[in-house]
Design a protein around this ligand. Structure first.
Ligand SMILES: Nc1ncnc2c1ncn2[C@@H]1O[C@H](COP(=O)(O)OP(=O)(O)OP(=O)(O)O)[C@@H](O)[C@H]1O
Length: 289
């Protein structure tokens, strides 16, 4: 056995505070932070009549991850995301951070720190961009009936702060300031996607689920939105991303889970997963017959 030499002691000390994050050593605390789990699913199953759209799915999305969820059409990706975010009922257990959210409403899950966008953009045609983004802030506030009726000072202050934050987010997602007063549906497709992301971010999520945010975009638009996704991830929000474009996966994701017929087929780094023969056979249509 190796003797306990002086060069090993600092390493042991480091491990002690990487685990507990008790010493103010930013770099090491960042390591511990990155190991935290933002979202965990255990044994999640969704049935539509006789169809098992998702079967016994186990998934761990770490904090500070861009975690891609891939698989052929009909593999169960959107169903899985709908189950994790409480938009459809599922069996199994889901945690957002430390909170078990199984059978919670989508609103309560959003309050626990999970935000999402949809495969088909869901914006409100008649609302301005600012109003649309503010809709996402309601999960954060406990105004209640009293505030709504009498508009207490505290509620007015919250409203002012939310408007300021919405304007900051308009800038953060790369929209011009004048977009705030425009009707969301009058914006280009790419800009509508940005509004959706801003609406999700105003709830201050710890994890953001993006269901094919790049679908229907050309190469340049994809590159621009990928840059925004990277920016969101760098701001400390874990991302679970459904995406079909392998170049995007390679450039954005640091972890990939593959679904096939509702079940997990592979899980690992993009290189590990995309070179896996079973994945190539099932998803890319090459390799094993
Ligand atoms: N509401 C529903 N009722 C019945 N079956 C459904 C429903 N939603 C999805 N399905 C079925 O569940 C399976 C998984 O669909 P899902 O949309 O989750 O796949 P996906 O991997 O997201 O596909 P895509 O990449 O095409 O979006 C499919 O067979 C689909 O037809």
């Amino acid at each position: 056995m190796r003797a306990l030499t002086e060069d090993l002691i600092p390493l042991m000390n480091r491990n002690a505070f990487v685990n507990d994050c008790i010493i103010d050593e930013r770099a090491n605390c960042a390591v511990a932070e990155a190991q935290k789990v933002a979202l965990r699913a255990e044994n999640v199953t969704v049935r539509f009549g006789g169809l098992n759209a998702v079967k016994n799915l186990d998934l761990v999305v770490k904090s500070h991850a861009v975690h891609a969820l891939i698989g052929p059409n009909g593999a169960g990706k959107s169903t899985a995301v709908n189950a994790l975010s409480g938009f459809i009922r599922s069996e199994g257990t889901v945690w957002v951070g430390e909170k078990t959210t199984a059978n919670w409403t989508s609103h309560s899950i959003a309050r626990a720190g999970l935000a999402r966008t949809f495969q088909n953009i869901r914006l409100f045609g008649v609302m301005s961009v600012l109003e649309t983004i503010l809709v996402g802030s309601h999960t954060r506030f406990d105004g209640g009936l009293f505030s709504a009726l009498f508009r207490s000072k505290a509620a007015k202050k919250q409203e002012r702060e939310a408007v300021q934050e919405a304007r900051r987010l308009i800038e953060f997602v790369g929209l011009p300031p004048e977009a705030a007063e425009m009707t969301a549906s009058a914006l280009s497709y790419g800009h509508q996607r940005r509004v959706e992301i801003a609406r999700a971010l105003i709830s201050r999520p710890t994890v953001l689920l993006l269901d094919e945010p790049l679908a229907g975009m050309n190469v340049a638009e994809k590159a621009e939105l990928s840059e925004l996704i990277r920016k969101v991830y760098r701001s400390g929000v874990a991302i679970l991303l459904i995406e079909h474009d392998m170049d995007v996966i390679r450039s954005l994701a640091n972890h990939v889970t593959v679904l096939y017929h509702g079940q997990k087929l592979a899980d690992g780094t993009p290189d590990e997963v995309l070179s896996n023969a079973d994945v190539q056979a099932a998803y890319l249509g090459k390799g094993k017959a």
